[in-house]
Design a protein around this ligand. Structure first.
Ligand code: NAP
Ligand code: ZN
Length: 353
C-alpha cells in the first residue's frame, strides 16, 4: 500500500442527528512516514460519543464515526516510526494530532493547541482537511507521537476507557493536587465518575460520591468511596456545608451546581468535566462569599495520558466495564441516558467484520 492508496474499512456511523448508528463503510489512508495504522480490538463508549452523534454540541459533521477510547494492535507503520513495531499493542485517546509549535503544544498541553488539536473524530484532519472518523471502526491511522502504550499487566478491554474517562479525571485531580487529608467530592457515578473515585482514592483522599441513586451506593463503596451522599437529599447536603477541598463534576445533563458550590470550603474549587448541552446557572453569591472557584478541565495532554496509563499499570487500575457487540451500540446509548451502565460500555470490535 502506498501513501495514496486507501483501505476499505467497516465502521458504525451516525448519518444524521436523529438516526441510530448504522453499519457504514469508509476509506482509511495508508500511514504516512510518521504514522501507524492500528487494527482496533476494543473501543470504549463515552457520553461525548452520544452528545456528538446526536449533535448536542451543535458542531457535528456527518457521517460521524464516534469513539475515542481505542486499544488495538499496530498493523502498519510508516518508515520513520520509532516507538512502535508491527504487532505492538497501542492505544489512541481523544486526539490524533496538533500543531506542535504553539505554547500549549510545547507545554505538553496539546488538547489546548492554539490552532485547535485534531480530535479523534468530528474534527478537521490537519493534513487532508477531511472530517476525522473515530474508533467505532475496524482500524485507524494516527501520528505515532499521539499513540500511547498500554502497560502489559492491564486487561486490554478494561484499559480502553482510561484513554478518555481515565485521563479526563486523573488530570484535574492532579492539577488541583488532590491527596491525603483532603475531602474530595465526585458528582455522578458514571464512566468518568467511577474513574475519578478510583484515582482520588489512590491519591489518598477521603472520597465522597454524589449520586442520585441509592442503588449505586454499594458499588461506590466497592470502588473506593468513603461516603455516598444522595444528591437529591437537601438536608444531607447541608450537613456538609463548607467542608469540601475539591469537587469534580462529571454530570452529562442539566443540574444545579449551586448546591455543590455551597459545600466547598473557602477558596476551594469545583471543576467541571461534564459537558451538558445547555448552560449552567451560577449563583454569584455561592462564589463571592467564600471566594470559591469554578473551573473546567479538558482531557489531558499526551505526556500526562502516558503518565496516567503507567500509574494505572503500577496500581492495577482499570475501568469496570460491560463488553458489548457493536450492533448493540444504539441500546447502549439509551442505557447511558438512563445512567444504566456499570460503569463503562466497551465495544468488542471483533464482531465488526
Ligand atoms: P455517563 O457515564 O453517562 O455518566 C454521567 C453521570 O452523571 C451519570 O452516571 C449520573 O450519575 C450523572 N447524571 C446523569 N444525568 C444527570 C442529571 N440529569 N442530573 C444529575 N446527575 C446526572 O457519562 P460519562 O461518559 O462519564 O461523561 C460525563 C460527561 O463528561 C459528559 O457530558 C461527557 O461529554 C463529558 N466528558 C468531558 C470530557 C472533558 O474532557 N471535559 C471528557 C469526556 C467526557 P448518577 O446516576 O450517579 O447520579
Ligand atoms: Zn470521552
Amino acid at each position: 500500500m502506498t501513501a495514496e492508496t486507501t483501505m476499505k474499512t467497516k465502521v458504525y456511523a451516525a448519518l444524521s442527528a436523529d438516526k441510530p448508528l448504522q453499519l457504514f463503510e469508509i476509506e482509511r489512508r495508508a500511514p504516512r512516514e510518521t504514522e501507524v495504522m492500528i487494527e482496533i480490538l476494543y473501543c470504549g463508549v463515552c457520553h461525548s460519543d452520544l452528545h456528538q452523534a446526536r449533535n448536542e454540541w451543535h458542531n457535528t459533521k456527518y457521517p460521524c464515526v464516534p469513539g475515542h477510547e481505542i486499544v488495538g494492535k499496530v498493523v502498519q507503520a510508516g518508515a520513520q516510526v520509532k516507538k512502535f513495531k508491527i504487532g505492538d499493542v497501542a492505544a489512541i485517546g481523544c486526539m490524533v494530532d496538533s500543531c506542535g509549535q504553539c505554547d500549549a503544544c510545547k507545554e505538553n498541553l496539546e488538547q489546548h493547541c492554539k490552532k485547535t488539536a485534531t480530535f479523534t473524530y468530528n474534527s478537521k484532519d490537519r493534513k487532508t482537511g477531511e472530517n476525522t472518523l473515530g474508533g467505532y471502526s475496524q482500524r485507524i491511522v494516527a501520528e505515532e507521537s499521539f499513540v500511547l502504550r498500554v502497560p502489559e499487566n492491564l486487561d486490554l478491554a478494561a484499559a480502553a476507557p482510561l484513554l478518555c474517562a481515565g485521563i479526563t479525571t486523573y488530570s484535574p485531580l492532579k492539577r488541583f493536587k488532590v491527596g491525603k487529608g483532603q475531602k474530595v467530592g465526585v458528582i455522578g457515578l458514571g464512566g468518568l465518575g467511577h474513574m475519578a473515585v478510583k484515582f482520588a482514592k489512590a491519591f489518598g483522599a477521603h472520597v465522597v460520591v454524589f449520586s442520585r441513586s441509592h442503588s449505586k451506593e454499594p458499588d461506590a463503596k466497592r470502588l473506593g468511596a468513603d461516603e455516598v451522599i444522595i444528591s437529591t437529599d437537601k438536608a444531607e447536603m447541608q450537613k456538609h456545608a463548607g467542608s469540601f477541598d475539591f469537587i469534580l463534576d462529571t454530570v452529562a445533563a442539566d443540574h444545579d451546581i449551586n448546591a455543590y458550590m455551597e459545600i466547598l470550603k473557602r477558596e476551594a474549587s469545583l471543576c467541571l468535566v461534564g459537558a451538558p448541552e445547555n448552560p449552567l446557572a451560577v449563583e454569584a453569591f455561592s462564589l463571592i462569599f467564600q471566594r470559591r472557584n469554578l473551573a473546567g478541565s479538558l482531557i489531558g495532554g499526551i505526556q500526562e495520558t502516558q503518565e496516567m496509563l503507567d500509574f494505572c499499570g503500577k496500581n492495577k487500575i482499570t475501568s469496570d466495564i460491560e463488553l458489548i457487540k457493536i450492533d448493540e451500540i444504539n441500546q447502549a446509548y439509551e442505557r447511558l441516558l438512563k445512567s444504566d451502565v456499570k460503569y463503562r460500555f466497551v465495544i468488542d470490535m471483533q464482531h465488526l467484520k
